[in-house]
Design a binder for this molecule. Structure first.
Ligand code: MG
Length: 368
């Protein structure tokens, strides 16, 4: 079955409230959608958000990478073996992980549809005993003034979210205060994850995390305390606090994951398809995590349901993924698609129809 057409389009979905981290503020999801068609007419969909501040990928660069490099490399190729298509794409252009992810997701969706299997069953076929059909996601609380963060946290728990991912990294002492007030407001039953988004120096990280520990704030983990390239700093923080450290921006590739594990620079790894360049590379990270007994989170950028659902399928398929941060669709004001996993409060339910499951796509496509 040959890959015979690749098309691109855009989707624009407003957010319920602006999304604020130590790095940026965003008010809508404006993502590229990829449609890949096989010679029998079956289609697969993928998506990529231009998260320049993290991946370096802009709308223009994603489109140029697909048009100029990825599409010419894989158009006309046999879909099987899929690994060969992925390797050709990998070699067609360096980096550009968001562009690769969008095409990789569309190819997996297409492949699973042709195999008449839900994507999670295909991805989990080596270890079917690890497969789940339901995931629980956290909800992100943006970094703001403490009162607003407390209000957002209470609102999230009223919507049945039991796990909060609280964005900090804007002043260590103030960050402790933020978490203290949130913990007071939501009670002890709620799980709190903290994401500093590289916002601290290594000393500030240790001081801040220890202060949270001393105050008994019961933090599940701290994500990316220091700059992405500061592996030594991550290692220093991991060695000097009790709270588990989760590497996010420091891990894009399989090689990054291997280094984090070998140097014990973090306790957990956050896998995001936009960093790995899609499912193919993410599966390699899962393999190395399995071998070393490291737990992973499946995360997303600010994305809508196509690529977030690809992440959900991976999370449902692999046992090393014990945490889900897939709140993209929950942050969107509307769901413009039909089909696919359902997102009800914190519960994500995987459907048994083939591929990712998305059946309708309100996007105008142009052929590459
Ligand atoms: Mg993060």
């Amino acid at each position: 079955m040959k890959i015979c057409k690749i098309e691109l389009g855009y989707i624009d979905i407003p957010l319920v409230t602006p999304f604020k981290t130590a790095l940026r503020t965003v008010s809508s999801v404006n993502d590229l959608i990829v449609k890949v068609t096989a010679e029998d007419g079956t289609v697969g969909y993928g998506e990529a958000p231009p998260t320049a501040v993290i991946t370096g990928d802009t709308k223009e660069s994603i489109e140029a990478a697909i048009r100029g490099y990825i599409a010419p490399a894989i158009l006309g190729m046999e879909l099987e073996p899929l690994d060969a298509v992925m390797e050709k794409m990998e070699r067609a252009i360096a980096k550009n992980t968001s562009a690769k992810a969008a095409v990789d997701i569309a190819l997996y969706d297409l492949y699973a549809k042709i195999k008449r299997q839900p994507l999670f069953r295909l991805l989990g076929q080596r270890h079917p005993e690890e497969i789940r059909t339901e995931l629980e996601t956290d909800l992100t609380i943006s970094v703001n003034e403490t009162e607003e963060m407390v209000r957002d946290s209470v609102l999230a728990t009223e919507q049945d979210f039991r796990i909060l991912k609280v964005k900090v990294g804007k002043g260590g002492e103030k960050d402790v205060e933020r978490i203290r007030e949130i913990r007071k407001a939501v009670g002890e039953e709620v799980t709190i994850r903290v994401d500093a988004n590289q916002g601290w120096s290594r000393e500030e990280a240790v001081r801040t995390i220890r202060a949270m520990e001393d105050a008994g704030l019961n933090i599940e983990l701290v994500e990316q305390p220091v700059s992405y390239h500061d592996f030594k700093g991550m290692q220093y923080v991991t060695a000097n606090v009790q709270t588990p450290i989760l590497a996010d921006e420091s891990v894009f590739s399989y090689e990054d994951a291997l280094r984090i594990i070998e140097e014990h620079a973090a306790d957990y790894i956050n896998i995001k398809l936009m960093k790995t360049g899609g499912i193919h590379q993410a599966m390699r990270i899962c393999d190395v995590a399995d071998q070393s007994g490291i737990k992973c989170m499946i995360g997303c950028m600010l994305e809508s349901k196509v690529s977030v659902s690809a992440g959900a399928h991976l999370g449902a398929a692999r046992g090393c993924i014990t945490m889900a941060d897939l709140d993209g669709p929950s942050l969107c004001k509307i769901d413009p698609y039909a089909g696919g996993p359902t997102y009800t409060g914190p519960k994500i339910l995987l459907p048994e129809n083939s591929g990712i499951g998305i059946t309708e796509m309100p996007v105008i496509f142009a052929t590459v």
